[in-house]
Ligand binder design. Structure first.
Ligand SMILES: [Cu+2]
Length: 265
């Protein structure tokens, strides 16, 4: 129904609602544009100079337009407080239950996305600013903490299982960045000092999307959507959506590989 908008392919459970909203907003904008354009044209002709050589300084005497504007104000307040705000809060405040979802921490920095998985124990290992090393340990993860043993970190690579609610806990190390994956219809600023949850259910694997788009190199991209410095243009991460079992295998292999790294000893 919203193909005419030419939006990026859809790969998320809540996407249709967003697209319909964008579609209806465009329809209403078109109605307003045509309506106001017609009124403007009417006013230009009706009050043309040849018919009114002398300006009328008294102007309109009736209060009709004030009432009309008051009416518009009331309607807009109802739209905002009765519909928009409750819908928005239902979408962003009610996170899926912890047991069902995969929680992953994504930390923006100039100019990469650091990804941190808590591993099977579901607990994020301790991080310490003293351990921070931009090359070897960009999150300052303390591998001596038992909760950190099974943690997995990556740079610019976000692996996700299909059809499972994902809660991304967004953070930033330095300036404001923005986590935007167009196919998931999510866009959220990452703000230093805050941890902001964003959630969505990806429902098309990368492999399926490659078949669907006919592009064997298709990749979901995390594009930083806030101008965050000179390297902003190259701040892009990749999302790979895997089948449930494939994701499990990937996770196990990463845990094995990362816990065996020499730098942690
Ligand atoms: Cu950025």
């Amino acid at each position: 129904m919203t193909e005419w908008l030419g939006l990026p392919a859809l790969a998320v459970a809540h996407g249709e609602q967003i697209d319909n909203l964008i579609g209806w907003t465009h329809v209403f904008m078109l109605v307003l544009f045509v309506g106001w354009g017609a009124f403007f044209t009417y006013a230009l002709i009706r009050f043309r100079r040849s018919r009114h050589p002398v300006a009328n300084y008294a102007g309109a005497r009736s209060h009709a337009s004030s009432y009309l504007e008051g009416g518009v104000l009331v309607v807009e307040m109802v739209l905002l407080f009765a519909f928009s705000i409750p819908l928005w809060s239902a979408r962003v405040d009610r996170l899926p239950p912890d047991g069902e979802s995969l929680i992953v921490q994504v930390t923006g920095e100039q100019f990469v996305w650091n990804v941190h998985y808590p591993g099977p124990d579901g607990i994020f290992g301790r991080t310490d600013i003293e351990l921070l090393d931009l090359q070897a340990n960009p999150l300052g993860l303390d591998r001596s903490d038992p909760a950190a043993k099974d943690d997995v970190t990556t740079v610019n690579q976000l692996y996700l299982p299909v059809n499972r609610p994902i809660v991304v806990r967004l953070r930033s190390k330095d300036v404001i960045h923005s986590f935007n994956v167009p196919e998931f219809r999510v866009k959220q600023d990452a703000i230093p000092g805050l941890t902001i949850p964003v959630w969505f259910v990806p429902n098309v694997t990368t492999a399926d999307m490659r078949t669907r788009t006919g592009n064997p190199e298709f990749q979901y991209e995390i594009a930083c959507a806030q101008l965050c410095g000179l390297g902003h243009y190259r701040m892009r991460g990749f999302v790979t959506v895997l089948g449930t079992d494939e994701f499990q295998t990937w996770m196990e292999e990463e845990i094995k590989a990362q816990s065996a790294l020499d730098i942690w000893r």
